[in-house]
Design a protein around this ligand. Sequence first.
Ligand SMILES: [Zn+2]
Length: 84
Amino acid sequence: MKSTGVIRRIDELGRIVIPKEVRKKLGINIKDPMEIYADLNSITLRKVEDKCIFCGDTRNLISFKEKLICKKCFDALYKEKIED
Ligand SMILES: [Zn+2]
């Protein structure tokens, strides 16, 4: 991870503006969901992309209990359950 060299101040509501150049470079648009990671020394923002929670595939996604599963993993899971 490299520094952008940009320093921003947090406003009264705890908000910070992500520089336009960074948003453009990463394809981040208004209303895009961002996941926030934090540890003792840093905060990382990661663009949430729709992908299968098991294999990471972005095609043929099925939503189940607010998680996304691709058709292939869904079928494999279903088949495994049936065989139990
Ligand atoms: Zn999958």
